[in-house]
Every structure is written in C-alpha cells, then in structure tokens.
Ligand binder design. Structure first.
Ligand code: ARG
Length: 584
C-alpha cells in the first residue's frame, strides 16, 4: 500500500503536470515532507516556491492552481495554501485509521519489499590481521551490520564481506620475528602460544624499526611468502587463525555475521588488473611505479595525484587489491550495489578507486559503488579515544566494560525497587543492554560527525539512548501482562479521539517512509531519531490516555496503538541490530 507521503507526492506530480502543461514533468526528489509543526498540518510541500520563480509567477498563485488540480476524493482534507506559497496537507482521520489497521496486520509494518531485488555487497568491519582491531573498526562493524540488515529486510541478496587486511607487509615482519624468537614453531616440535598477537606485533615492529638486518630479512620473507613458500604460507595461515579467533569474540558479542574474504583472496587477480589497465592505456610509468591518473585528483602541492597500482619493487598495494575486489564483485558476484563502510579518512582512496574502475569500464551502467564514511570516536575529553594510561582501548575490554556498567545500573535499580531476579537473568539483561547501548550510541549520531564515547550517556534511561527505547517497549509489554491481553490476537478497529492518540498514530504511519529514506541516504540516525520520537509520543499518549481502564471502543483502539508501537519499535531496533527485552 502506498504511504500517505507517497500518495501525496504522486497527486502533486499529476497536478503540476496539468498546471505546467507538461505531461512528462518529473521532480528530482520528494515533493512533500512531514510538516515541521503540527499547526502546519501533517505534510507540507514547498514545490510552488521552487517552480514559480523561473515561470515568472507568484508562488501563492501557482500553489493555488496546483491545489485546484488535486483529486477531490483524496485521503486528506482540502489542502491549504499558507505563507509565501506552501501547500499544507492534513490527513483524514479515517485514512489514518485504515493505515494503522494495515500496519497492524502486516508483519513488515507497512514497509514494501523491493520491487526488484538486487545483489548488494556490504564491505564492512575489515580489521587488519595481527594488528589491533580499533574503535574505527567497531564503528564500521556496527554501521555496516545495520545497513546489511536494512537491505536484507528490503528483500535484497546481501553479501556481508569482511575485507580483512591479511596480506600486508606486516607478515614478513611477524614471521621473521617468529623465526628468531620461536624457531621451534617452524620445526613443528612444540606448540607455540603467541598469547596476545598484538603484543607480539608490537615487539616485532620495534625490532623492525631498530635493526636494519632484521628489516632486510622481513622484506625477503614477504617476497618468499608471496611466491608461495609452503613453510611461510603455513606460518601465515596460523597467524591469520589466531587473529580470526580474536575478532570472532567481538562479532559474537555484537551478534554480527560476516563472511571473511580478505585481501589475500584477490592476490591471484592483481597482475591481471594491472595488465588490463596497461592494455587500456590507463596505466603510466611514473618514477618507476605504475600509476593511473584521473582528472580531479590533486596532491596538496597542486600536482596531479596518481593512484599507484604497482610499486617500483613490483609489489602491489591497497588500491590494487581494491580494484581487483571491485572488478571481482561486479563480474563474479554480480553485485549491483557495493557499499564500503570505512572512516572518512579513506574517502579520497575510494573516490580514486571508483574513478579508475569507471574509466576501465568495470562499473557497468546501473551498478553503484558507494563509500559510506564515518567520523572519529572521541574520548570525553574531546581527544582521540584512549584508556586512562593513554593506550588504545581493546574492543573486547570496551564491550565488557559497557556490560559491567549496565549490570551495575541494573543491580542498583533492582535493589531500589526491591526486585529479586536470578543472577543469570541479570547477566543476560546486562549483556543485552550494554551491547545495545554501545551500538545505539554510535548509530544515533549522524555518522559523518565525530562522536564522544561516554558510558554514562549511552546507558542513561533518559534521552536518545538504547535503554530509553527498550524501556518504552517493555512498558507496552507491561500493559499486555497487566491486562491479560494477547496482542497477537488483537483485531482492533481504531477510533482516534484524543490529540496524543492522533500524534502517535501519524508518527506510526510514517515508519515505511523513514525506512525508504534510510535506504537512500544510508543514515541510520534517521531511524534512531524516528524511534526516539516514537517512544516519546507513546509515553505522552500513555500519560494522557487510560488504556486498560478505558471504555470500549477506546480500549481496543488504544491497545492497538500500544501494540503497533511495540511492533515498530521491535522491528526498527532489529534493523539497528538491537534485540528487545520483554522486561527490564
Ligand atoms: N582494512 C582496512 C582498514 O583497516 C579497511 C578495509 C576497507 N575495505 C576495503 N575494501 N578497502 O582500514
């Protein structure tokens, strides 16, 4: 079913075509938005203002003419022309009620499936083997998972790819160090426990930076490894396995699914990618390195900025792998949309990779490559997020700390409420709330801005936080328990009377539009904002309107509003990767 916003949008197009006498007139974007203030109605269009100027007409006159062309049997009251030429729409009550009914019985709460399912690749998380998985990777994991969930829900085929850095020069260094400190590892005589691989990496790096002989050995190792030396390949595999185990702990905690397809996967295609770029006349030799220059990219000094695809020593780099990956994803995976979730610092890299791939003809018409950038995570002091002693925070510790603090909050609250709950229940609840709080704190910010990581803020029961949202859901479940109502059997006739009911109802029916918008701009904070307002509007309604104690038909209608609120909260939160709890 068309959402009210879509219906108005289409009516406006038809009316404008009439007014302009142009049967093929089409707008670039939506002609209507939800009204900014309730006095302005429910939806507003300012299209008359945009169109009137070039036509030499007064916006108000054009707005009036457009309104006259709108159908008379529409689901809104006769629209008003306001101010300089806004068109204000107010939905009819019966229409709102019928939409609520539709959402109630639809498991998708009114969100349509994609008419044409696409193959969508989300490239996210992607930490580097043997190096630290840092907060940037945490952001990528949380945002990428959310976008993957969104596209899955819309009915697309989604490939969740973990493009781990498993083929860098760090391996030469690590293996050379391993040979020196743990030679028994290579003879297979003894199991070696490398403990924390990251500490090991730091030691190897120190050695690398301070000893030239070691550096040379490390470089030779890389060459041998890339040539496929079996002993080194075995060592490399072992190191990858160790890292993988570490990463998996984080993914398990976050409940995030990923398919690992690291940089090494594309190794067999690198030479061919370079050969193809040379054959197409795109690659040029510049100071011994093979480079591709595309217009519009300049270095800070103003000179053209190349994308280096093969270094003078013959080695390939990050960009070569990304070109190979892009080509593979389009040609072998059949991807129609490829979404890359990384920090904003890589924007230029992706812009260049996409531009080169475009020139090489690897992005056919209809295929979209999209970089989804995000800002930094800052500490409460506004500086880079670190531990008190100034070290980088281990992600596992960060998540454990969120859970620990959530548990503390829960125990304090339960003690105050004199509630007895089993330790197992408390632990499970703490884990759900702690992890949800971390995810929500990230997703609720516009991803382009930096955000300040604060356990206190993200765990607060008030404000735009996960606990607030979860609590609104729990509140609805409480109504059902108290009244012995089985929501799933509810077949309500809606009968809206009170203003807070109306406000809530109109917000509920906007859910599909919010999801559609999010699929376009890939901004999870839009959904968070919507859910936050939903919780607030529900709470206002529940403070004003008795539900269980109300006489019929209000009782059933209000139970319907409560149920639909819970249903949309649950669905919306699930798209953010946040599971609801029944009590808290
Ligand atoms: N491993 C990279 C990093 O840690 C991120 C990889 C992102 N994906 C890609 N296709 N380049 O920064």
């Amino acid at each position: 079913m068309q959402t009210p916003l879509m219906a108005i949008h289409h009516h406006l197009i038809a009316a404008i075509r009439q007014c302009l006498g142009q049967a093929d007139w089409s707008p670039a974007e939506s002609l209507v938005v939800p009204a900014s203030r309730p006095e302005f109605g429910d939806f507003q269009s300012n299209i008359a203002l945009t169109l009137a100027k070039p036509l030499g007409q007064k916006p108000r006159d054009l707005a009036t003419a457009i309104v006259q062309q709108l159908p008379s049997d529409a689901p809104y009251e006769p629209p008003e022309v306001a101010g300089p030429g806004f068109i204000n729409f107010r939905l009819q009550k019966t229409y709102v009620e019928s939409w609520l009914k539709y959402q109630m019985q639809d498991p998708r709460c009114g969100v349509p499936q994609a008419a044409q399912p696409e193959t969508v690749i989300v490239d996210f998380s992607s930490p580097n083997i043997a190096k630290e998985m840092h907060v940037g990777h945490l952001r990528s994991t949380i945002i990428g998972d959310c976008l993957a969930r969104l596209f899955e829900f819309l009915g697309h085929r989604v490939l969740r790819l973990n493009h781990v850095g498993d083929w860098g020069t760090q391996f030469g260094m690590l293996i050379a160090y391993l040979q020196e400190v743990h030679p028994e590892f290579f003879t297979g005589q003894k199991e070696v426990d490398l403990g924390d691989l990251v500490t090991f990496y730091r030691q190897a790096k120190q050695r690398f930076d301070s000893d030239e002989n070691f550096q040379n050995r490390a470089r030779q190792m890389v060459v041998k490894l890339q040539a496929g030396d079996p002993e080194l390949i075995a060592a490399w595999k072992f190191l990858c396995e160790l890292s993988r185990r570490e990463f998996q702990q984080i993914y398990d905690l976050l409940d995030v699914q990923l398919v690992e397809r690291g940089e090494s996967f594309y190794n067999p295609f690198l030479a061919d990618v370079v050969a193809e770029l040379k054959a197409k006349g795109l690659a040029v030799l510049d100071q011994g390195a093979w480079c591709v220059f595309v217009e519009g990219f300049t270095s800070p000094d103003g000179s053209p900025l190349p994308l280096i695809i093969q270094k003078s020593d013959g080695g390939y780099n990050y960009a070569t792998t990304d070109l190979a990956a892009l080509r593979y994803r389009v040609q072998q995976d059949g991807a129609q949309r490829i979404i890359y979730v990384t920090d904003i610092g890589q924007s230029q890299h992706f812009a260049q990779v996409f531009a080169v791939a475009q020139k090489a003809g690897w992005i056919p018409p209809g295929v979209q490559c999209i970089h989804v950038p995000f800002g930094l995570v800052l500490g409460e002091d506004g500086k880079k997020f670190r531990t008190r002693s100034g070290e980088t925070v281990r992600l596992k510790d960060l998540l454990d700390e969120a859970i620990r603090r959530a548990q503390q909050d829960i125990e304090t609250r339960f003690a105050a409420e004199q509630r007895q709950e089993s330790p197992a229940y408390i632990q499970q609840l703490a884990r759900a709330i702690g992890i949800s709080a971390v995810k929500y704190a990230d997703l609720s910010q516009n991803r382009l801005s930096n955000y300040v990581f604060s356990y206190d803020k993200m765990l607060a029961l008030q404000g735009n936080t996960a606990p607030y949202m979860l609590y609104a859901y729990v509140r609805v479940q409480g109504i059902a328990r108290k009244g012995g109502v089985d929501f799933t059997n509810l077949v309500p006739e809606f009968a809206l009377t009170e203003p807070t009911e109306f406000t809530l109802a109109k917000h509920l029916i906007q859910f599909p539009d919010v999801i559609a918008q999010m699929a376009v701009d890939l901004l999870p904070n839009r959904l968070c904002q919507y859910l936050f307002e939903l919780s607030q509007k529900f709470n206002q309604f529940y403070d004003q309107c008795p539900v269980l104690a109300a006489p019929e038909p209000d009782r059933t209608s209000r139970l319907g509003l409560a149920y639909l609120t819970a249903k949309i909260l649950k669905l919306g939160l699930s798209l953010l990767g946040i599971p609801v709890v029944e009590r808290m």
